[in-house]
Design a protein around this ligand. Structure first.
Ligand SMILES: Nc1ncnc2c1ncn2[C@@H]1O[C@H](COP(=O)(O)OP(=O)(O)OP(=O)(O)O)[C@@H](O)[C@H]1O
Ligand SMILES: [Mg+2]
Length: 279
């Protein structure tokens, strides 16, 4: 049995007492060390889920359990030691005048002792290859470098899970690839859980499991392959297929007999070669 890290039990949330329910009776579990992607149309409730996981918001109905603790006002600071979050726009998350101040901020907030802070600033900046920028002012950094520093700040608190809420959305494909590579390396090395909230379908394809949100409800929970097999339904709820899956589905319509549903270029190539060698 895999160990549960985060559990949503019948969670409903709205921003206003009078307003619409933004999350409706959502139940799901996230396990230790797994990479879970959350996708869904704009406004489907993804960022709200992220904020609930970090105790930035609390549900009106239902319960959220993180590492065995019920999330509420009393446990919120414990919870924040276990859940690190990086948002889309790094500029909104910078508070320090130098990179190292900034990395220290999350630790200061959580009452880390000074020696530990110094040690962690070093190791987390190294992990994201930003150790040469310790004294740089954050506004002098590129977008990708800013996100690296934001990730270092999260790593420094040594969480159980890192949530990236569209954290690579503002980067070019190369920057996106690099950040993801850094994060997955750190994930493997420190046995962290990773939750990526994303429009980037490549990130979804690489994840182990996917939760698809639709209008505040959990629409589906499955592997990327199972999710992308439901082409029409995905499009119906406002989502696209990754390029390779789309191409494969068009080929199938042309009666090209692919052996399975390829998810990446290598799998597609392999299928096409197999076909070719049978001709
Ligand atoms: N602070 C707020 N006050 C009131 N309503 C809000 C607030 N933040 C979000 N909402 C509403 O809650 C719903 C869910 O928003 P949320 O940001 O969780 O969606 P999302 O899936 O992250 O969307 P996106 O893909 O655009 O980031 C939307 O209808 C949004 O307008
Ligand atoms: Mg969002």
């Amino acid at each position: 049995m895999r160990e549960k890290l985060i559990e949503f039990r019948n969670v409903s949330f709205r921003y206003d007492e009078e307003g619409p329910w933004v999350l409706k009776n959502c139940s799901f579990s996230i396990y230790k060390n797994e990479w879970l992607a959350i996708i869904g149309h704009n406004g489907s409730g993804k960022s709200t889920i992220a904020k609930l996981m970090n105790g930035l918001l609390f549900p009106q109905e239902g319960e959220i359990i993180i590492n065995g603790k019920l999330v509420n006002e009393e446990t919120v600071w414990d919870v924040r030691k276990e859940v690190g979050m990086v948002f889309q726009n790094p500029d909104n998350q910078f508070v320090g005048t130098t990179v190292q101040d900034d990395v220290a901020f999350g630790m200061e907030n959580r009452g880390f002792p000074r020696e530990k802070m110094i040690e962690r600033i070093d190791s987390s900046l190294k992990a994201v290859q930003m150790e040469d920028y310790r004294l740089t002012e954050p506004h002098r950094l590129s977008g990708g470098q800013k996100q690296r520093v934001a990730i270092a700040g999260v790593l420094a608190i040594s969480p159980e899970v890192i949530i990236l809420d569209e954290a690579t959305a503002m980067l070019d494909p190369r920057g996106r690839h690099q950040i993801l590579k850094t994060v997955t390396e750190v994930k493997d090395e420190h046995h962290l859980g990773l939750i990526t909230i994303t429009h980037d379908l490549q990130e979804v394809v690489q994840a182990e499991r996917v939760i698809v949100m639709n209008a505040g409800e959990v629409w589906k929970e499955a592997s990327p392959r199972e999710i992308f097999a439901e082409k029409e339904q995905l499009q119906h709820i406002g989502l696209d297929l990754p390029f390779v899956a789309l191409l494969a589905s068009e080929l199938k319509e042309l009666d090209v007999q692919l052996t399975h549903d390829p998810m990446n270029h290598d799998e597609l190539l392999e299928d096409l070669w197999t076909l070719h060698s049978k001709m």
